[in-house]
Design a protein around this ligand. Structure first.
Ligand code: ADP
Length: 492
């Protein structure tokens, strides 16, 4: 296992302190308080960030409300709204390298993955720009001599709260449909990863969005996030994060009967049958768990392997894990960067200890890597039982639990025996098995002979405690529009 590779690109830029973006202006928090943004590869401070609370949220919501009624936005022709979104996408493309470097610096994401995410932002904005002038109502064949038609109108001011694992991509998934439908936005980025969101704010200004259409308020979840959820003039909350936070949000949103959509975690079953293409399945299972250090809500963290190939499969997986290069995420040669924070590092190491105590067999990794930054070696547990904590809980780190199985019905039942339902995968050459699994498994996304294939064009979200509603594709547009029926009496 190697590290301490020397980055080939220029040193990471000096990052100025980050403010809020409210009504088209960069402003400090009302209280003047700040907190530190940390580089997870070193544990050192990058810059200070505005620590906002209810007063800042109120300013941003007022700006968003004014923007909603501003004719420059409200009356903007739908094709022009699409053009404006495309202008933002063009600016993201022109600033791609800077955005990717900042994303990698702040989140610990590999630079190549960050570049992929920036392209994902461009794709998402362009996809929803295309929707802006295709959001149509219907004429309805109503009883009696009436003309009835429906209008799809913006929900209003939408509050959006995002996590730290895909800061830019989550921002785009939420901005795209909200803007296409003509809403205005108050977003709270994750406190761990505020930097690229603020760079996006600068691009919003440059693209020429009317003031207040997009507002960004930095701060902690319990203060800024909670205030956004509680604000009576916010019409909808779109949240991505932990289900425990979603429960708090749903309770708080009940007071104002806000609509909520949630994209939450997972403990996704990745099922390997003996009749798979073994080489591809080993690669796929490795990518399923270790992509972005396991910090993915879709991570393939429950690896069900048909017992007759389990020995060889685990051996091949372990060989790859032991060969993985950990190091500076800004170095193109690095294969795994740091976890995002000390808190996550501690949590992951805690689960590894628990796995050993519960009697699972540690076959690779299982330790912190290096003495600076928040690195964890790629970890494999074999002989895992379904009721162990490492098989039940979302660890959000590079830790996979290998579970043995013997037939399809058994593995479907065990795959579904979780309160999560975000993603699932199956590796087999047998179409019958693949279709049966796809039909029976309770998950919002099912992959056959592939993993982590997520595109802005296809619906994404969870069953059970993995979420409510869908993001991406056409499905999300319902969440960002109100449906209005207009009925006119006809005299002839
Ligand atoms: P994670 O485990 O990914 O950090 P969280 O659910 O804690 O998941 O955080 C996701 C986002 O939710 C972050 O932007 C965080 O600040 C925000 N958040 C945390 N607690 C609350 C809360 N009580 N109300 C609103 N937002 C919150």
């Amino acid at each position: 296992m190697a590290t301490a590779t020397t980055p080939k690109r220029p040193a990471a830029p000096k990052v100025p302190d980050q403010k809020n973006f409210i009504n088209g202006q960069f402003v400090p928090s009302a209280s003047g308080k700040t907190f530190a943004a940390i580089n997870p590869a070193t544990g050192k401070e990058i810059c200070q960030v505005a620590a906002s609370d209810a007063a800042d949220i109120d300013q941003a919501v007022k700006a968003a409300r004014r923007a909603l009624d501003n004719p420059d936005w409200k009356r903007m022709d739908a094709p022009n709204r699409g053009l404006l979104m495309n202008r933002l996408a063009d600016l993201v493309e022109q600033n791609a390298e800077e955005l990717a470097v900042l994303e990698s610096l702040n989140s610990g994401k590999l630079i190549g993955d960050a570049q992929g995410d920036v392209q994902g932002v461009v794709n998402t904005l362009r996809y929803y720009a295309g929707w802006a002038d295709k959001i149509e109502g219907r004429t309805v064949p109503v009883r009696g001599n009436f003309l009835s038609y429906t209008l799809r109108q913006p929900v209003g001011v939408v509050g959006q709260i995002i996590p730290w694992n895909f800061p830019l991509l989550m921002l785009a998934w939420k901005w795209g449909p909200a803007l296409a439908c003509g809403n205005t936005i108050v977003m709270k980025p994750a406190e761990q990863t505020p930097i690229t969101a603020m760079k996006m704010a600068a691009l919003v200004q440059e693209a020429g969005f009317p003031d207040g259409v997009i507002n960004l308020v930095n701060g902690l979840g319990e203060t800024a996030g909670a205030a956004l959820v509680a604000h009576p003039d916010v019409n909808k909350i779109a949240f991505t994060g932990h289900y425990e936070t979603a429960k708090l949000i749903q309770k708080s949103a009940a007071d104002t009967l806000k609509r909520c959509t949630f994209e939450l975690g997972g403990k996704s079953p990745n099922v390997i049958f003996a009749d798979c293409d073994l080489e591809a399945a080993v690669e796929g299972a490795f990518h399923a768990i270790y992509f972005h250090g396991g910090q993915c809500c879709t991570a393939g963290s429950r690896l069900f392997v048909e017992d007759k190939i389990r020995g060889e499969f685990v051996e091949r997986l372990a060989a790859k894990a032991k060969d993985r290069k950990l190091g500076d995420p800004l170095d193109d040669a690095t294969q795994q960067g740091p976890q995002v924070s000390q808190e996550q590092l501690d949590k992951i190491l805690g689960y590894i200890k628990l796995g050993e105590q519960e009697g699972a067999k540690l076959v690779a990794g299982g330790a912190r890597f290096g003495d600076q930054g928040y690195y964890v070696t790629p970890t494999i547990f074999d002989n895992v039982k379904d009721d162990m904590a490492i098989a039940r809980d979302e660890i959000f780190g590079p830790v996979v639990s290998v579970l043995a199985f013997n037939d399809l019905d058994e593995v479907v039942a065990r795959a579904n025996s979780t309160y999560y339902g975000l993603a699932a995968a199956i590796w087999t050459q047998n179409l019958d098995k693949a279709h049966a699994y796809a039909r029976e498994v309770k998950a919002g996304t099912v992959w056959v002979n592939c993993y982590h294939v997520v595109d802005t064009t296809t619906p994404f979200g969870g069953f059970k405690m993995s979420g409510q509603g869908r993001e991406n594709g056409e499905a999300v547009l319902d969440h960002y529009t109100e449906l209005k029926t207009v009925t006119i009496k006809l005299n002839k």
